[in-house]
Design a binder for this molecule. Structure first.
Ligand code: NAD
Length: 254
């Protein structure tokens, strides 16, 4: 039986992905703050190490899908969204390397193509969590909280491209990819969508000409493909699952 870890398994895209993988016969270990097989705070170094240890105790591992993430005016956004993903994947990499047809996937966002703060992106990619936290506090003081989210997701997209082709990942036979969702109807986006001020801002920032806002299952399906044994050659990619938002925003500038 194929063995997977799904973070953020208690809600939204992580929950839909865990359900779909289970339907495909995969043995799924869910990780979340609560209501999960492994309860851990991936926003802290201690929580990440505890999660890696608990996952290791179960034995082998073939798949990791990292979905846990947060948004909002919170200096912890890069700690959860970037370090909670990259440190966990790095910690689990040796287990994956010993697995069968190993695959990993994470969730970036269409907001990675929105304006970002290069200092915050650089602190993330330098794996400097203290500097990332400091820069986040500065941006919060400037009321620029949206940059925390977009920068954390842009850093993830760049990390995937860099890491995927290295001896540690490609050389160990591990495919490593991201999906970039547009607006997905989950508890995370529900708050924004129900806010009469935020909704028109979101509509303009994330235009989705194909089929509009997505259900979580629309993101789970491509994630399940990316981590399946059938995916032998897709790696280092961000697959936008966004109803055409990225194509609308970036046009030919790819
Ligand atoms: P959600 O809020 O429904 O689910 C996120 C899950 O992550 C929750 O169960 C939460 O408890 C868990 N989580 C949060 N912080 C954690 C922590 N410190 N440690 C462990 N678990 C933690 O949100 P969602 O919409 O399903 O989002 C899933 C991913 O998709 C996130 O990375 C999000 O940034 C990304 N995303 C969402 C949208 C959207 O429109 N919903 C769009 C683009 C990207």
């Amino acid at each position: 039986t194929r063995r997977a870890v799904v973070t953020g398994s208690a809600s939204g895209i992580g929950k839909a992905t865990a359900v779909l993988l289970q339907q495909q016969g995969v043995d799924v270990l869910g990780v979340d703050l609560k209501d999960a097989d492994v309860c851990a705070d991936l926003g802290t170094p201690d929580g990440r190490s505890a999660a890696v240890e608990a996952i290791g105790e179960r034995g082998g591992l073939d798949v990791v899908v990292a979905c846990a993430g947060i948004t909002g005016a919170n200096a912890a956004v890069p700690s959860v969204n970037f370090f909670g993903v990259v440190d966990l994947l790095t910690g689990l990499r040796p287990l994956l390397a010993a697995g069968n047809d190993p695959r990993a996937a994470l969730i970036s966002s269409v907001s990675s193509v929105h304006p970002t703060d290069e200092a915050l992106v650089a602190a993330c990619l330098a794996q400097h969590e203290v500097a990332a936290r400091r820069r986040s506090e500065e941006l919060l003081a400037e009321q620029a909280w949206a940059l925390l989210y977009s920068s954390s997701k842009a850093a993830l997209a760049r990390w995937v491209r860099r890491a995927a082709i290295t001896p540690e990942w490609a050389g160990a036979g591990i495919a490593l990819n991201a999906v970039g969702p547009g607006v997905v109807l989950t508890p995370m986006s529900g708050e924004l969508m129900n806010d009469p001020v935020m909704k028109p801002i979101m509509d303009a920032a994330v235009p989705m000409p194909l089929n509009g806002y997505a259900p979580a299952e629309a993101v789970a399906a491509p994630l399940a493909f990316l981590v399946s044994p059938a995916n032998t050659h897709v790696t280092g990619q961000v697959l936008f699952v966004d109803g055409g938002a990225e194509a609308t925003l970036r046009g030919d500038t790819i």
